[in-house]
Structure formats: C-alpha cells, structure tokens
Design a protein around this ligand. Sequence first.
Ligand code: ADP
Ligand code: ZN
Length: 702
Amino acid sequence: MPEISDSQLYKNLKEYFGYSEFRQQQKEIITAIFKGNDNLVIMPTGGGKSICYQLPATLLNGLTLVISPLIALMKDQVDGLRANGIGAAFINSSQAAEDQHAIFNAILTNEIKLLYVAPESLSQLEGILNQTTLSLIAIDEAHCISAWGHDFRPAYTQLGFLKNRFPHTPIIALTATADKATREDISKQLNLNHPTLHLSSFDRPNLSLSVRPGIDRVKKILEFVDDHPNDSGIIYCLSRKTTENLAEKLDSAGFKAKAYHAGLGHHVREQVQNEFINDQLQIVCATVAFGMGIDKSNVRWVIHYNLPKNIEGYYQEIGRAGRDGVPSETILFHSYADVVQLQQFATKSGNTEVQLAKLDRMQQYADALSCRRKVLLSYFGELPEKDCGNCDVCKHPPTFFDGTILAQKALSTIARVKQNEPLATIIDILRGAQNATILDKGFTQISTYGIGNDVSWKHWQQYIIQLINQGAIEIAFHEKNHLKLTPIAKKILFEKQTVNLAKIIEKAALKTAAKKEISVKKSTDLFERLRLLRLKLSREEEIPAYQIFSDASLKEMEQARPMTDDEFIQISGVGKKKMQDYGHDFISEIIAFHKEKNTSKKAKKEPTYITSANLFKNGLSIADIVLERKIAETTILSHLCKAYEMDKSIALEKLIDPVDLKAIEKAKTALENPNALRPYFEYFKEEMPYSTIRIGLAILSN
Ligand code: ADP
Ligand code: ZN
C-alpha cells in the first residue's frame, strides 16, 4: 500500500467529491485502508460509507472492486462517480460482450478506477482480474452474507475466496446492520484478517421523529403533503392493498404518487423507482420491498402508515430520508389494530418469541413519553446523555394530571361488562351511546352508563390506550380484543392507587405548531430556482437530480450566494468536475436572482413620492411624470411637495408663478386657520387651484 499524506486525502476529497471535511470515522477508515488493514465498517444509512472506498480508489494505482447486491444501486453509484469525474463502470449478466470488452480495455488503460459487480457475476471477471492489479476490495451491504441478517443473499456466502486469492489486497466490508451476530458472521465468512472494526454512532440528528395516533391518517397525510409541495417522500404500508389505495387517493388529490410492492411486475417497479429517483414522481406508497436499491439523497420525509414489525426495519426505513444531512421529517402512525395484526403475523411465524419481543420494543417506542431518539439509540446500544430536541416528545413534552377518577370510571365499566367487551363498546357505555349493541345488550342499565359523557370519544380512546400502556388494562387479542383488567387495575379500583394521565394535546394546537416549523423551513425562492435549474439539467443529461448537487449543496448556495468561480468552489459538494460542468449555470442563476431581488427591493424600499421626485429631478415635466407613472397630476404634485418638505433639493419654485406665491404669503398672515388648504381656496374665491396653494405653502413653510 502506498503512503498517503493527509493533504493528499483532503485534496482528492475536495477535487472529486467537493467536500472539505470528513465525516465522523471516514478519515480513520481510509487511513486504516492505506495501512493495508482489513476493515469492517458499521455505519447507519446515509452515514457516508461510499467515500470510504471511493476516495482511496482515486489514490490507488490499481483497480478497486466493489461487490454490491443490486443493479439499480450499482448504476446509481457509477453515475454519481462519473459525474464527479471518476472513471467507473459496472458489470452485469445482461451486458453485451462488446460492452464488457470496452470496460475491460478501459481498466487496462487505467481509465476505470472502480468496478462494480454483483456477487453472482463475479465469474465474468476471471480474465480481467488476472491481468490487472487489484488494489482494494469493497463489499457493500455486507450483512447480505449472513443468514442472521434480514437480507440474506446466498451468492454472498461464496465471497470468502477473495481473501484467499488476493491475500495482500485489503478488504473493506460495509453495512448498516449493527447486531453482533451478523458482524461476526461477516468477518468469519469473508476470511477477514484481524479486521479493524469501525462502529459509528447510529444517531441521525437531522431526522425529526414523531408518532401520531392512527385515526384519520389519510386526512393527516393529505394535509402533510399539501404542506410539502416539492418534497420527495416515501409512505410505508403493511399491505399491498393499502399502498394502492393510498396512492390512488393522493393521485386524485393532485399529487404525483404511485404504489410499489412485490406483486407488481418487474418493469412497473423499475419504472416507479426510476421516476422517483429522477424527481418525476413525488411520492411512493410502498411495502418494505422498496428502498434498498435507492441512494436518492434528497428524500425529505418518510411516513409509516402502519406500525413496523421491529425497530431495525423502522430505523432503516426512516434512514432513507435526509441522507444529504438536510433536516427531514418522519412520522409514524400508531394504531392498535396494527398491533393486533402484527401479533397475529408473529404468532404464525417460525420465530414467534423473538418476533413478539421485537414488536414489543417497537410498541414501546411508539408509546414513549420521553425522548424517542433515546429509546431508538438505546436499542442499538447507545446511551445519549441529552434529550434530542428533535422528536415530538421533546418538542411537546406531555403534561400530566391526576386521572384516577377517569381511570376508575373506565376500569369499573370493564368490570361491569365482565371483561367481555372491546374498547369501542366500553367507550360507548361511558359516553351513554344509544346504538344497537348497547341497546341489545341492555348496557343502558349499567351504573356507569353515561358517566363519562363529558369526555369526547377520541379522548377516551387515548386515555384507555394510556391505561393499557401503564399496564392497568390488557387487550385479549385471542378473544375478540376484549379488554381485561390486570392486578394494577384492581389496585386502582380498590386500593386507592392513583393514576397520572398525559394531557391530550388538541390536534389544532399541534398543527399550528407544526405549521410554524414548516414556514420557518420553507425554501426561499432562490432555493426553488436552483432546484428547478437542477431538475432541468438532470432531464437534459438523464441523470438523477441529486447527483448534480445534493439538497445540502443547494441550501448552501442559497445561503452563501456564490457569484464567482472562486466562491462557487467553496460550496460543499462542488468538486472540480462539477465546477466545470455546472458552475456557470448555477452562478448565472444566482446572479440573475440577486439582480432581480435588488431591483425589486429598491422599488419596494423607495417611497412612491421619492420616485416622482427623482423623475422630476431628472428633468421630466409634470405631464411626463403623469404619463410615466400613470398617477393623477394632483398626486404627483403632492409627491413633489412632500419631497421638498423632506429635503430642499427639488426646484419647486419652477412650478409656481412668483405672483401667486406672494398672494399665498399674504393670505397666510390674514387667515384664521392658515394650516388647512380649504380656507386658502375660499380666500382666493376658488380661482387658485389646490395644487398651486399646496406648492406655495410647501415653499413658504421653509
Ligand atoms: P451510505 O452509503 O452510508 O448510506 P452515502 O455514502 O450514500 O451513505 O452518503 C450519504 C450522503 O452523504 C451522500 O449524499 C454523500 O455525498 C454525503 N457525504 C458523504 N461524506 C460526506 C462528507 N465528508 N461531507 C459532506 N457530505 C458527505
Ligand atoms: Zn427527543
């Protein structure tokens, strides 16, 4: 391995990737590669894994081989590298022989520094690997090797031969899956030689976390997307049918949305994915099948329509938002119906106990009354000291009140129906409803019938859910979801145990709070213009918009407003090639925006009387100014008088006959009320126009 200095690393980081700083761990990893070590990198999605092998590839003499599981992912990475001026290609089984030959030739002439290949196609590289120096091997999504992981891929298990065949070439294996069993499996199966483990924090502080009740979720989603008109987002759903229904509703409400699930044909899926990547499709309603092959860095929000099965999956899915580091939103809709369904799935699966335990953790997260990020990160073994400030609990900490009486009402109702009714019926009894079930079963005779009619249905629902979370009530999933009392309930009913309940925040209050945040974050028009320019260029060049510049880079341009090449290259994400390819377009747009802004600012800032005065000073007659400004003559004259009163630089004398001026001066001493115009008008028997009087007085006031 060659010796590489820090300054060479930073030089190539800026030149090829446009960045001036490494992110957490990147430099350490790269340095370890140049020492010749094998490396195992565990970094969350969006953490910045790719640069860890792409940057070394630009500094190494030979070829860097990248094993990657999905063609879409490879294509995306290769496009991105080329846009940055780095020679790259991928090999797959559907390529024509002559295309592969061209690629092999380019490798031999050192024009291609990175070669991507799926493990299944490795055999096609036999020839070329014999003829070239292999400097580095990167194995992306390395958890696919492990049956423990969630994306097991049999062909990955054959990769162990690489170390035997190229014992002196360092291997870097990368994954976002943290669990220990998977980690050990990767290292063992790849025959890694005492690999250095790089474990990054899983925190993604730019993702806001929030959980909302599942009631009315379609309406809430429509409101949300309405507030985010240009932002790409993914909505994860549990069933194929939901993805289709939801996409249809969004579509008929005028949003560009499509469904994506494993039941659709290969071509349809590929098309949806491409349209999404290329910013032609704003929203994808998907089952979990969507996303693994997607590197799109400007996904601005992720919504979970249903509760996910476990925290690993959930975290990976929300991780697809905000890879560019720009603030992004995530919302999880939480409904007990989902819990029931997931419990049924888990019970039918081979691994019931584990699945149920994982679901339990997921539910605890959704029900959390303290910082949600702490709950998440603790799941991955991290213990942050501070609350995050960027989750709904941190932003709207719950306030509690003594809910003992409310709890007793609910619990005794459950007792009186012999623990044989579901949530909805309990609430109906509490609220004194008169529907068929209540009347048929004679529940109007129960002593608690109607004692809770001062609390709304939805609030009762939430209070009872809190009692479930506090362990006072259980849902008997195998008995038609009847509510059952626990020992804690008995203590509340008979042993004076008190209950604290969280106050329910009204939806309207939450919404305005959310609106405020959004309006602060709303892009200025410059961002929008740069975004449109990026879109236009991406259409022309047929590459995804975010590969031209990330949202983060556009944001920085919006802030810094670079107007020269030197200023533009300072922007994070602008490397040498992108400077050459796009610098001119973006700088021109910024300059144009700046100019327009200035002129409109001037016009806005300048009071209208000054505009008239300036025209007059420039030699225009009153008649000219009337024509130019399309304002009445009297108004123009009053503008000029006002300007004269403010500063005397205007030749107002030119506009009045000295005789008239003298007469006005005389009237001024004679009149009782010399401050109003009307007395002068009458004094001159309505023969001197108001405008002349006004001009005369302006001059005399001096
Ligand atoms: P991962 O593969 O870990 O999910 P990526 O390699 O795709 O993450 O990187 C995520 C995003 O972060 C990309 O948009 C990438 O350009 C950006 N990024 C990576 N390293 C840096 C850095 N040092 N400075 C700024 N942005 C970076
Ligand atoms: Zn928090």
